[in-house]
Write a protein that binds this ligand. Structure first.
Ligand code: 0L1
Ligand code: MG
Length: 256
């Protein structure tokens, strides 16, 4: 079997079985970022062939802290499917994941397609609404350790998303305060400005990167703009709430 297909199958199986697997890059030094994106697509295509539906894209490595952690200067993107959606306010099973973490985010809902080099104004003209959101990230690699190539192949750790109420995208969302609470205790505090200085830059980058892959952001798509704070671990029994100034709150529980 082609080696990229083999990596895609391994990562897809690791996600389905919630069992960690070994990193690719340390065993295959020739593995490139371009190949990693091919593996990501092949792996997500396996989900789509099982009946999952594409619902949009996520941006990752969008904060300075995350870039430094992974040792990169460029953002990355991943693909979202309907099976990753977690209903706002619901309880999810920890068993679905290997070692899940949660990131407070902001989500865009698109009303028009977007692709290529676009200005922030053009990107916003394609946005229907924005919402407070959370992403559940879950590296399929042992010990949550990876290289840039590994994490791209692993769909940039994307595993779940929770979306709050949609609001008017014409508000100034460049520097909104964000609080992440677990069981009523504030565990992280940040600002939407942590996303590339302004979340709209993440949308602009998404349009460029998706076009480089020969795809586009579609009307009706969700775009997850990127993590705002460090991502704490999730444990059974927790109640997790993220509140974004002027946008509202979003919450979920982890089953005991
Ligand atoms: O959404 C993100 O920024 C996460 C990207 C992958 C890095 C990680 O898993 O922490
Ligand atoms: Mg994220």
């Amino acid at each position: 079997m082609d080696r990229l297909l083999r990596y895609a199958e391994t990562l897809d199986t690791a996600a389905r079985e919630a069992k960690a697997t070994a990193q690719v890059k340390p065993q295959d030094h020739a593995f490139t970022v371009a190949e990693a994106y091919q593996v990501q697509k092949l792996s997500v295509d396996r989900r789509l062939s099982r009946g999952e539906k594409r619902i949009g894209v996520k941006m990752g490595l969008t904060s300075r802290a995350k870039m430094q952690q992974v040792g990169v200067e460029e953002v990355a993107w991943g693909r979202l499917t309907d099976a990753m959606l977690v209903e706002e306010g619901s309880a999810l099973s920890r068993k679905r994941f290997v070692h899940p973490r949660v990131e407070p985010e902001i989500a865009f809902l698109m009303k028009a397609p977007l692709a290529g080099d676009v200005t922030p104004a053009a990107a916003m003209a394609a946005v229907e609404a924005i919402a407070p959101a959370m992403e559940i990230i879950d590296s399929r690699y042992e010990n949550f350790k990876f290289t840039l190539e590994d994490v791209i192949a692993d769909n940039t750790s994307s595993s779940g998303l929770v979306i709050g109420s949609w609001g008017d995208p014409r508000i100034d969302f460049s520097n909104l305060g964000v609080i992440l609470e677990i069981d009523g205790k504030v565990v992280e505090v940040g600002s939407s400005a942590a996303i590339l200085g302004n979340p709209v830059r993440s949308l602009v980058a998404a349009a460029r990167l998706v076009a480089e892959a020969g795809e586009r952001i579609e009307a009706g798509d969700l775009v997850m703009a990127g993590g705002i704070t460090a991502a704490p671990n999730l444990a059974p029994g927790q109640t997790v709430r993220s509140t974004v100034q002027n946008l509202g709150a979003v919450m979920f529980q982890v089953e005991a």
